[in-house]
Design a protein around this ligand. Structure first.
Ligand SMILES: NC(=O)c1ccc[n+]([C@@H]2O[C@H](COP(=O)([O-])OP(=O)(O)OC[C@H]3O[C@@H](n4cnc5c(N)ncnc54)[C@H](OP(=O)(O)O)[C@@H]3O)[C@@H](O)[C@H]2O)c1
Length: 261
């Protein structure tokens, strides 16, 4: 059976993807850290689409053995993959010196290592993979002081998947999605509010981001930036000299800190 793989399915953006994919009638292979949250989501999705198949397997993405177990569970169920939607990510925001080493490595493993390792494993299965979507971020467009590691991980994802797209040309469509603010968790909703007009202009709902992303990959777009203001910002960031944009970003983000678990 050909499934759509969604990581981070239990989060705000992941759930929006899961609902849209279920409504499309696609069979789903969902993962997140909590089996309880996955089971609740599975129940909800069956109400949207009672006839689809849904496999939901918890996985700590930082753990290579757990990732192997996840893939073994897929193999055991006879699942092959026609679409991968990599949503899982952690957004720690603070001065780099304020990180513990453990947290720094945790963020790199979830955002980069796990995403790339699972992409490799799913492609190597020789399954009929048709589409890959990765949720990167506008934060990866330019280096961001005080959000430096998150920004670097997202920049790496955008770069990697843009290049991979060319390697897979004619076989697999690959789209990197660069959302601005997306009101998902309460702390992100508060951050967006604190940013005033800027936050309101940049923010797009999880549903909007999921819908735009699925349309973009269908059209085989390399990059999808949901929202006009974010597309405008992207162009500005490409034009304005880095030294200037980084000074602006440092002033803006120095005041804000956020941890992840
Ligand atoms: N929200 C925004 O403003 C925004 C903007 C740009 C880009 N993004 C990106 O969009 C993605 C989703 O963001 P969101 O706002 O929906 O965040 P979220 O609600 O916190 O969801 C994050 C998802 O990733 C999973 N996850 C986190 N760490 C994991 C780990 N170690 N192992 C396995 N799964 C793990 C979470 O699982 P649990 O449910 O078990 O925690 C959850 O399903 C992230 O990659 C984020 O960087 C978000």
């Amino acid at each position: 059976m050909a499934y759509t793989f969604i990581s981070g399915a239990t989060g705000g953006i992941g759930k929006a993807f899961a609902r849209k994919c279920a409504a499309n009638g696609w069979d789903l292979f969902l993962t997140g850290r909590s089996q309880e949250k996955l089971d609740a989501l599975r129940e909800e999705l069956f109400r949207i689409a009672p006839s689809i198949r849904i496999l939901a397997v918890a996985c700590q993405l930082t753990d290579g053995e757990d990732r192997k177990n996840l893939l073994a569970a897929a193999d055991g169920a006879g699942a092959v993959f026609e679409r991968a939607i990599h949503v899982a990510g952690v957004d720690i925001q603070k001065a780099f010196e304020d990180y513990t080493e453990e947290k720094a490595i945790f963020q790199i493993r979830v955002n980069v290592e796990a995403t790339i390792s699972l992409t490799h494993a799913l492609l190597k299965r020789g399954a009929p993979m048709k589409e890959i979507v990765v949720i990167s971020s506008m934060s990866g467009v330019t280096p961001m002081p005080y959000f430096a590691l998150y920004s670097a991980t997202k920049g790496a994802l955008t770069s990697f998947f843009t290049a991979l797209r060319l390697e897979l040309k004619g076989r697999v469509k690959v789209t990197a999605v660069l959302p601005g603010g997306v009101p998902t968790r309460p702390d992100i909703v508060k951050d967006i509010e604190n940013q005033g007009l800027w936050g309101r202009l940049s923010a797009k709902s999880p549903d909007y981001v999921a819908a735009k992303s699925l349309k973009a990959v269908k059209k085989n777009k390399a990059i999808c930036i949901p929202g006009f203001f974010n597309r405008f910002l992207y162009v500005v960031m490409k034009i304005v000299p880095r030294a200037i944009s980084m000074r602006f970003i440092a002033r803006r983000w120095k005041k804000q800190t956020k941890d992840a678990f």
